[in-house]
Write a protein that binds this ligand. Structure first.
Ligand code: SAH
Ligand code: SF4
Length: 342
């Protein structure tokens, strides 16, 4: 049981863990508590089907969420929350709505990121620490509270999800649980910069979540220049891990490709890409680089983007272009940071 000062957040626990932590009078109470938390109640006193003694225990020793919202930005089809963690670290998460009103949450898995990709604002800010499962789940709870029901999740916010894989899996299990939000694993996507060993681990142990890999460049020398992780897992190793993943999971993989002006947009780059995807079932998600303060890259012109897309078409490489949702509120890919507001 918790002591007087430190209250334990329950948002990061599955029903059986709530049962052991809270030790209620009847075991089915754990489900009632879990259900209430994931129907976004804000106060234990509002759980009307629990006995008074249990509510007192909850109020004395536990909290629902462990973090708090410090700022909310809203735009037409998007929103961004800045969240303060218990230790004053600040993270961000984003809400994106599509034309049919379907809402996707883009969640962070770390405060900062240790991977240091040169084109990314999060990487530029450095690494602070891993998030707990509770801090990952809190983001979804807060986004639903502010923007309404969410149907899809992308683990593509701040941080490298596979560098915090246990908390990631736990959060996914909680958000998938039928007693709570019941979001199908198939509506969750994990985006990685290419940790090949963890991709293989996911192939063997992971839930049926979708996989997205930030390839950005299929030429080893060039990739190393913008993504230090490529020195640890080179493009061949990465490719092998994807072949292995696909042999186990049989799922189409998204390859994210951030288009950087005069860097990875020419014929030669597409040739490397074509070789890389040989034998893989993929879709290329083209993301024109989003400007971020202090980073020395440029967004390609529309002409340069169109030329690149035409090369993909000529090579029969399937692609989609990620539109710049949330750019106005600095919530687009690569723009999230840990700067506090106000
Ligand atoms: N760490 C994970 C997930 C977070 S980054 C990963 O790297 O996949 C999410 C996506 O944003 C990645 O595809 C990354 O390549 C992209 N990204 C980073 N900075 C960007 C920028 N400035 N403009 C556009 N996309 C960017
Ligand atoms: Fe980290 Fe992803 Fe940004 Fe690279 S692109 S620094 S892995 S958040």
């Amino acid at each position: 049981m918790a002591n007087d000062n430190i209250k334990i957040p329950l948002s990061g626990m599955l029903p059986n863990e709530i049962l052991s932590a809270v030790n209620p009078d009847k075991s089915y109470r754990a489900n009632q508590i879990f259900k209430a938390i994931h129907s976004n109640i804000t106060d234990f006193n509002l759980i009307t089907n629990l006995p008074a003694a249990l509510i007192k225990n909850l109020n004395d020793n536990f909290t629902i969420t462990g973090s708090s919202i410090n700022n909310i930005l809203r735009d037409t089809n998007s929103g961004k929350l800045s969240i303060t963690l218990y230790d004053k670290n600040v993270i961000e998460c984003v809400l994106l709505s599509d034309l049919n009103g379907r809402k996707t949450a883009c969640l962070s898995t770390q405060a900062g990121c240790a991977m240091g990709c040169l084109f990314c604002k999060t990487g530029d800010n450095g690494f602070s620490r891993n998030l707990s499962s509770s801090e990952i789940v809190d983001q979804l709870i807060f986004l639903e509270k502010e923007f309404g029901e969410i149907s899809n999740i992308v683990f593509m916010g701040m941080g490298e999800p596979l560098d915090n894989i246990e908390a990631l899996f736990k959060a996914a299990d909680i958000l998938n649980n039928k007693e709570g939000k019941g979001i199908s694993y198939r509506r969750m996507t994990v985006s990685t910069c290419g940790l090949a060993d963890k991709i293989e681990y996911m192939a063997d142990n992971g839930k049926p979540m979708r996989l997205a890999v930030s390839l950005n460049c299929a030429n080893q020398e060039k990739r190393e220049k913008i993504m230090p992780v490529a020195k640890k897992f080179d493009v061949n190793k990465l490719r092998e891990s994807l072949l292995y993943y696909q042999s186990k999971k049989n799922k189409r993989i998204t390859l994210e490709y951030v288009l950087i002006k005069e860097f990875n947009t020419n014929k030669e780059d597409v040739k490397y890409l074509k070789d890389f995807i040989l034998g893989l079932s993929v879709n290329i998600n083209v993301i024109p680089w989003n400007p971020a303060e202090g980073l020395d890259f440029q967004t390609p012109s529309q002409k340069e983007i169109d030329t690149f897309l035409n090369l993909l078409i000529a090579n029969q490489i399937p692609y989609t272009v990620r539109h710049r949702k949330a750019q106005k509120i600095r919530g687009a890919c690569g723009q999230l940071s840990s700067e506090a507001y106000g």
